[in-house]
Design a protein around this ligand. Structure first.
Ligand code: GLY
Length: 335
């Protein structure tokens, strides 16, 4: 395939609140001194919660079902992401994802649990449920990242089936794109490139997951923010979690999800933290932000949520207290 000089042309150019609600063993009478009382979190005010990028009600429902039946946040985010990975109509995640400029569908994913463990796979072909492969990397290997053919081989060794991920619809879209071979990030409602999902379970623990086919018609081998810890996803069970969507290169250059969590650690609400992280991108010297989209979602240990993007049309789904709603995100660039 003729090499295209597209890079230069493109714009790539509670504090634990549990503590506040904990019953701390205190030493009063002599009798009590002899008996160590454990720190027992009060659980009756912890409500399961799921938040995910874009209009993803089915995925969020799947995660919520896991939580409501007493499952862990980790199981919930994996189950939720798998819904979109198996949805061939979603051309930004899993099977049916739009290919790179040479026609290869390559997937990226990562997962983080409440203990700070992380696993990721990068640029994987022929395997649909990369979020589950990322979890296997986290739980069953001494590593945190596997890439390319090695990741695919590992997946097959773990029982994952190889399948062709390029659907007829995505092949047709790619062939149409090839006529002009013009690469530019598209700013509209269709550009929902990634599912990032955060969940709090009945124990009050937070986990997160992120899965994507990345930018449509990207260079072969290109990897975005989604599988990179602190980029597309970051969890700190004492503070909260954050996930990103949009142009991964810009998220990576500001370590976006880590930044959101650290801003929450400093006392910002999830909403304020998302807004500040977007401002870091748009206020960079020579930022080309009018030509690309980035969006963040966040949750803190208290179950407060936030979301913010550069442009209009970003939304996120939230499950809380039995209701699953799509929320239109506030955004920076208002004309
Ligand atoms: N945010 C997904 C990507 O840039 O690949």
């Amino acid at each position: 395939m003729k090499r295209r000089n597209f890079i230069k042309k493109t714009s790539i150019s509670s504090l634990s609140l549990v503590a506040a609600s904990a019953m701390i063993g205190c030493k009063g009478s002599d009798d009590e001194k002899s008996e160590e009382k454990p720190i027992v979190p009060l659980k009756n005010n912890i409500k399961p919660l799921v938040i995910a990028t874009w209009n993803t009600p089915t995925a969020v429902n799947a995660a919520a079902e896991v939580l409501e039946s007493g499952g862990s946040a980790l199981d919930a985010v994996e189950a939720g992401c798998k819904i979109e990975e198996a949805n061939a109509k979603n051309q930004t995640v899993g099977i049916g994802g739009l290919p790179d400029r040479d026609g290869n569908v390559t997937l990226d994913a990562c997962i983080m649990d409440d203990k700070g463990n992380y696993g990721a796979v990068l640029c994987v072909e022929n395997i649909k449920h990369v979020i589950s492969v990322a979890r296997k990397v986290m739980e069953d290997t001494p590593h945190v990242i596997l890439a390319g053919r090695g990741a695919e081989q590992f997946a097959v060794s773990q029982g994952f089936e190889r399948e062709d991920l390029l659907t007829e619809a995505s092949k047709k879209a790619w062939e149409e794109w090839k006529v002009k071979s013009e690469y530019k990030p598209i700013i509209n409602i269709e550009n929902h490139d990634t599912i990032g999902m955060l969940a709090i379970d009945k124990e009050g623990n937070i986990s997160g997951a992120c899965t994507t086919s990345g930018l449509a018609y990207k260079m072969r081998g290109r990897v975005g923010d989604s599988p990179v810890i602190g980029g597309g996803l970051f969890i700190d069970n004492e503070i909260g979690g954050a996930a990103a969507t949009g142009l991964g290169e810009e998220v990576l250059k500001t370590v976006g999800s880590f930044l959101v969590v650290e801003l929450m650690r400093q006392g910002k609400s999830p909403q304020e933290a998302c807004e500040e992280a977007i401002k870091r991108i748009v206020s960079k010297p020579n930022s080309n932000y009018k030509n690309f989209q980035v969006g963040y979602i966040a949750v803190n240990k208290r179950g407060e949520i936030g979301g913010y993007s550069i442009h209009e049309w970003f939304s996120y789904n939230v499950y809380k207290e039995g209701a699953n709603k799509n929320i239109k995100s506030d955004y920076y660039l208002k004309t």
